[in-house]
Design a protein around this ligand. Structure first.
Ligand code: CU
Length: 638
């Protein structure tokens, strides 16, 4: 008898059995063979059309999207495996791409370099003889037109620990770039540009290393005596009026699917999908060993595969529900990242308040938010991604940056103009972090339009005798060539994603407002390699027509890509955008002029953006939040 088919929603992430089954099918079909490395196995996600078919009662195929690298030919296979039918559904071979560098390549490449005589000679020149203490970080090679096409390369940088267990990032080995062929796992070249003593001051930050800890931190405990306020079924989450699904991929990390809000008896769609689509960190030092530092941490490495296993009471506090993430290793075996995603509620301060001083009566409500998060470690840096669901219908993404800043060594007191000194001999170049988030809006349904809303001052004149007048000026972004916008503080600019066929009680189209947070534009010149390769960072807002094949801001394979892929290529079609299925891509950047206080481990810096209902509800949706139970008894809450 056949075992009963597991009944699961088509958006549930792949589990370990499904990864094993996909690998077995790939092996039988001859795709997964000797010298073929699995780069990633992810859910072949149902499209918007597929989900409509599902809603109409049709069953969907369960499928896996496989990216395989043949290390002997350097070719990449994209294979769709149908788990439902137990066969390969489609396959195509790509000759000119480099898929992301994966976890399983890190150690073999590091070992290859450690055993290379040229690399060893470069270390000896700096007085380093115990190579076991060296750490080689596989920085992506970039594309500067100098590499042999088709070679899968990394430009690795070296740091050295003073002893096992030491923070090696405090001791940068300056001026050495080790070029490694990641298919052959051999060193192609060891470039040695400048001899600078290795800074040896300790940068350790463990509790025993930092000396006396402050003694006045008292216990603070978060209790929810009747348990958490959310309900979880599989990967579907319901919390108060919000409902959504949690997904995960090795590349994007956390994915949110089918976000909706229960408004009275109406379940109203807000987003079909939301996830980080890519990111890039361009550095500002033009010298060899620095200019190639342009990591695309999602597209070149994967922030999902770099996710931490989170720890209760440390990463998250309170009544936590964790989700494991299952990814594939280079052999196609499942690897479980335990507790990769954290779900919990937080107190969020005052939600709303008003005191009528004449009546001597005040009403106040405390806010609660539901936070879904994960933290990725990519080399020296940590990125935490926190999606918050608010009681006023708002959605928020906060990115927290922490970890250890990328650095190098300088000799004497002369500090290069492209960075700052953070410790004796330790230099940290200026850089920026750009994140791009792909949002697939479904504001009350699929037909959406995006407006840019500027605020403008009226000219003084007979209609404006006191010269105080200002008003908003909305403008429809009706084509892809127009929908490439930047933040403008002078115009107090924001964007509205509206549904023209759904009107609120005042007759206006319902919408969500994209409210930018801190942002910046790139300083790399347009002719820089990184500007071509990360075209997405040159605009803060891009709107494109929905196409399930257009997934990532820097294109499907940014690793070693010469440029032009992703958003600039997608938008080149100049498709019309009004009242249709659109995708909103928001880029936000952090500008990092390094501080001494960022050393040796950087206190977290936050940035992000909000999606706020704008005429979506007929009035504040937060009125029905009950007063806090402590309120009645407290002497200060009337
Ligand atoms: Cu930074």
């Amino acid at each position: 008898m056949m075992p009963p088919m597991r009944v699961c929603h088509p958006l549930e992430p792949l589990d370990a059995d499904e990864i094993r089954a996909a690998s077995a099918i790939l092996r039988t079909a001859g795709h997964l063979r000797d010298r073929v490395r699995v780069i990633g196995l992810t859910l072949h996600e149902p499209t918007r059309d597929d989900l409509r078919r599902l809603a109409a009662g049709q069953a969907l195929d369960r499928a896996v999207f496989a990216v395989l690298l043949d290390t002997s030919s350097g070719e990449t296979d994209e294979v769709v495996v149908s788990l439902t039918e137990g066969r390969v559904a489609s396959a195509r071979r790509l000759r000119d791409v480099q898929p992301p560098i994966v976890y399983g390549e890190l150690r073999p490449a590091e070992e290859a370099a450690r055993e290379d005589p040229d690399w060893q000679a470069a270390m000896r020149r700096r007085g380093i003889t115990d190579f076991s203490l060296c750490m080689l970080d596989l920085w992506p090679a970039g594309n500067f037109g100098t590499d042999k096409p088709g070679q899968r390369l990394s430009r690795a940088l070296t740091w050295v620990r003073a002893h096992p267990g030491d923070n090696g990032y405090a001791h940068p080995v300056e001026g050495v770039v080790t070029v490694i062929d990641l298919n052959a796992m051999t060193v192609v070249a060891v470039e040695d540009y400048r001899l600078v003593p290795v800074p040896m001051e300790s940068g350790n930050y463990t509790q025993d290393a930092v000396g006396p800890l402050r003694a006045d931190v008292v216990p603070l405990e978060i209790h929810q005596p009747s348990g958490p306020g959310f309900r979880v079924e599989g990967h579907e989450v319901r919390w108060q009026k919000w409902r959504f699904r949690i997904g995960f991929s090795y590349r994007e990390g956390l994915i949110l699917h089918t976000i909706s809000y229960l408004d009275g008896a109406r379940e109203r769609p807000v987003l079909h999908r939301a996830a980080l689509s890519d990111m890039v960190v361009p550095y500002g030092d033009p010298r060899p060993a620095y200019f190639h530092r342009n990591a695309f941490d999602a597209g070149e490495y994967g922030v999902g595969i770099s996710a931490n296993s989170l720890t209760l009471g440390c990463d998250c506090l309170g009544e936590i529900r964790y989700f494991d993430a299952v990814v594939a290793d280079v052999a196609g075996e499942p690897e479980t990242i335990a507790n990769a995603v954290c779900l919990h509620e937080e107190d969020a301060g005052v939600l709303w308040k008003h005191t009528d001083w004449r009546l001597g009566h005040g009403e106040v409500r405390r806010a609660r938010r539901l936070v879904v998060s994960f933290i990725a470690t990519v080399g020296n840096y940590e990125y935490g991604f926190y999606w918050s669901f608010h009681q006023d219908g708002s959605l928020e993404l906060t990115v927290k940056m922490t970890g250890i800043i990328s650095n190098g060594a300088v000799d004497g007191a002369t500090v290069p103009p492209w960075g700052e000194l953070v410790a004796p001999g330790v230099y940290a170049p200026i850089h920026q972090h750009f994140f791009n988030v792909r949002l697939d809006p479904t504001i009350d349904g699929p037909g959406n339009s995006v407006y840019e809303v500027d605020t403008v001052a009226d000219p003084p004149g007979p209609e404006n005798p006191h010269a105080n007048a200002f008003r908003t000026r909305p403008r429809l972004l009706d084509r892809e060539s127009v929908a490439q916008r930047t933040v403008d503080a002078r115009a107090a600019r924001f964007w509205r994603i509206a549904n023209p066929s759904s009107l609120n009680r005042l007759g206006r189209s319902v919408s969500y407002r994209l409210v930018p947070g801190e942002n910046v534009l790139p300083f790399a010149a347009p002719e820089a390699s990184v500007s071509r390769r990360a075209g997405f960072m040159t605009r803060h807002l891009w709107v494109t027509r929905y196409d399930p094949a257009e997934r990532y801001a820097a294109g499907e394979y940014p690793n070693q890509h010469p440029g032009g892929a992703g958003l600039p290529a997608y938008a080149a079609a100049d498709r019309p955008l009004e009242d249709t299925e659109v995708v909103v891509w928001y880029t936000f950047g952090a500008h990092h002029v390094v501080r001494t206080e960022d050393w040796p481990v950087m206190p977290a810096v936050s940035l992000g953006f909000m999606l706020k209902p704008d005429g979506f509800f007929d009035r504040s949706p937060a009125l029905d939040v009950p007063p806090s139970p402590h309120a009645e008894a407290g002497p200060h809450c009337h």
